[in-house]
Ligand binder design. Structure first.
Ligand code: HAM
Length: 419
C-alpha cells in the first residue's frame, strides 16, 4: 500500500528545525511585547463574505486562492488567507475600536497558490496591526521596529525597504483613469485576457512580472503625481523622518500591494534575490477597512512577515544563534530509583534554563550514559541505591573529563545555578 503523504504546499516543521522557528518567534514577539503591542488570537476560519468585502473581489487572493467550504444553501466559510481582516472583524465585533489598539498575531494562513520555494499553501505570518492613529508617525514607528527586528535576527544587510504612497480613494480613481487612457495605446499589442485582467484591476499591472508589460508601463503616469496635498505631505514627512533615523529606503512607484484595503503609505521589505519569493514583510495603511466592514471609519496601519521566508533567508545567508538550554540526563539504576529521579527532575526544573531528560528504562549504566551522549547533554546525574538512601546524586560532567561528584539533594540547585 502506498504511504499517505502530506498535502502539497502544507509542510511539517520537524523537531530538527523547530528550535530555529521558536528562537525566531521569541525574538520577534519579545520585541513586540516590550514595544507596547499585545497579542490577539482570532479563528483560522471566517465567513467568506468577510474576505470578499475587504480584500477585494478582483484580487488574486479572493478570486482564486481561497480555501472555502460551502455550509448550507447560502453560507460559505474560508480558511483565513491573511490576518488583518480577521483582527478587524474581532475588534469591531467586540467593540474595541474606541481608543487605540496596538496588536500582534502569530499564526498559519492559507492560500491555494502555485507552490515554489518560499511560497506555500499553508504559511506562517507574524503580523502587527495598529488602530486609532491617523498621524503618520505610526508608520515611522512601525518601519523602525521592523528594522530593529532585522538587526536582532542578523539579516539586516540582506533586506531592503521599498515604499510608496497610493493616495486616497479619489486620487486613486483619478490615477486609474490616467493609467487606463495610457494603456489604451497598447491594446492592439495585447491579448483579450490581459486586457480584461487589466481593466478589472488596473493598478496590478504596475507590479507585473511580465517583461513585455513591464516595458509598456515604463513611461506610464506615476501615482505620486495624483496624490492630494495631505497624502503628498504625509508621504514626504515619512520619508524625511526615515532619512533622519538612518533608515535606507527606495521609493518604488510601482509598489501597489495585492490587497485592495490599502491607502496612502505602503511598504515591503524585500531581499536581493530576484528569482525566488523575495518579499519578507509587507504592509501599509488601511483607513477604509473598518468602514467597509460596517463600522465607523477608523485609521489603521499594519504589516505581516512570512516566517518561512525569513527562515530561508537566515538558513542561506546568515549566522543566527539558536537558543539552546543546557541539559542534564538522569540515569536511575535498579528497581527503586525511578521515583527519586522524577523528584530530582522537578527540583532542577525550578531553574528555567535547564532541560532535564530522564532515562525511562531499567538498563545498565553504560547503556544509559550512551543515550546521554546521544542527547549531547552537559551533565549526567546517576542515581543508584546508595544515592537514594542518602538523598544525594552523582553528577558526571559529560563535556570535560571523567570526574564524578557526589552532591546532596539540598545543594543541587545552587550547584547548577552556578554552571
Ligand atoms: P501579504 O503581502 O499578502 O500581506 O503577506 C505578507 C507576507 O506574508 C509576505 O510578504 C510574505 O512574506 C508572506 N507570505 C504571503 N503569502 C505567502 C505564501 N504563499 N507562502 C509563504 N509566505 C507568504 C498581508 O497578508 C497583509 N495582511 C499584511 C498587512 C498587515 N497589511 C496590513 N497589516
Amino acid at each position: 500500500m502506498k504511504n499517505i503523504q502530506s498535502v502539497k504546499g502544507f509542510n511539517d516543521v520537524l523537531p530538527s528545525e523547530i528550535k530555529k522557528s521558536q528562537t525566531i518567534e521569541k525574538t520577534i514577539t519579545q520585541l513586540l511585547n516590550t514595544s507596547g503591542f499585545s497579542e490577539i488570537r482570532t479563528p483560522i476560519i471566517e465567513y467568506t463574505e468577510l474576505y470578499q468585502r475587504s480584500i477585494g473581489d478582483e484580487t488574486d487572493i479572493v478570486s482564486k486562492e481561497m480555501y472555502s467550504i460551502k455550509k448550507g444553501e447560502d453560507t460559505s466559510i474560508t480558511l483565513r488567507p491573511e490576518g488583518t481582516v480577521g483582527v478587524a472583524r474581532a475588534l469591531l465585533e467586540n467593540s474595541l475600536l474606541q481608543g487605540q489598539q496596538k496588536l500582534w498575531y502569530n499564526g498559519y494562513m492559507f492560500r491555494a497558490e502555485n507552490t515554489q520555494k518560499g511560497r506555500y499553501r499553508q504559511f506562517q505570518q507574524i503580523g502587527v496591526e495598529v488602530y486609532g492613529i491617523s498621524d503618520p508617525r505610526i508608520e515611522i514607528e512601525l518601519i523602525y521596529l521592523t528594522q530593529k527586528l532585522w538587526q536582532k535576527l542578523n539579516v539586516f544587510n540582506l533586506v531592503k525597504l521599498q515604499v510608496n504612497s497610493i493616495g486616497d480613494k479619489e486620487s486613486r480613481k483619478a490615477y486609474t483613469g490616467a493609467l487606463l487612457t495610457y494603456m489604451k495605446d497598447f491594446y492592439p499589442l495585447l491579448d483579450q485576457t490581459t486586457i480584461d485582467k487589466f481593466e478589472r484591476n488596473p493598478l496590478r499591472i504596475l507590479d507585473t512580472k511580465d517583461l513585455k508589460l513591464k516595458e509598456m508601463i515604463k513611461d506610464a503616469p506615476k501615482i505620486i503625481d495624483y496624490l492630494n496635498e495631505a497624502s503628498f505631505n504625509n508621504f514626504n514627512y515619512i520619508l524625511k523622518s526615515l532619512s533622519e533615523l538612518g533608515v535606507d529606503y527606495e521609493v518604488n512607484y510601482n509598489l501597489v500591494r495585492g490587497l485592495d484595503y490599502y491607502n496612502d503609505f505602503v511598504f515591503e521589505w524585500i531581499t536581493n534575490d530576484e528569482k525566488s519569493q523575495n518579499t519578507i514583510c509587507a504592509g501599509g495603511r488601511y483607513d477604509g477597512l473598518i468602514d467597509q466592514l460596517g463600522g465607523r471609519s477608523t485609521p489603521a496601519v499594519g504589516f505581516a512577515m512570512g516566517i518561512e521566508r525569513l527562515i530561508i533567508l537566515i538558513n542561506e545567508n546568515s549566522t543566527f544563534n539558536i537558543e539552546k538550554n543546557k541539559s542534564i540526563y538522569i540515569c536511575p539504576l535498579g528497581e527503586e530509583t525511578y521515583v527519586y529521579a522524577l523528584q530530582i527532575q522537578e527540583i532542577i526544573s525550578q531553574l528555567n534554563d535547564w532541560t532535564v531528560i530522564i532515562n525511562a528504562e531499567n538498563t545498565s549504566l553504560k547503556s544509559q550514559l550512551k543515550k546521554a551522549d546521544k542527547y549531547d547533554v552537559e551533565y549526567s546525574i546517576i542515581i543508584g541505591s546508595n544515592e537514594l538512601l542518602n538523598r544525594e546524586v552523582t553528577i558526571k560532567d559529560m563535556k570535560n573529563g571523567t570526574e564524578q561528584l557526589l552532591i546532596s539533594e539540598r545543594d543541587l540547585l545552587s550547584y547548577f545555578k552556578e554552571k
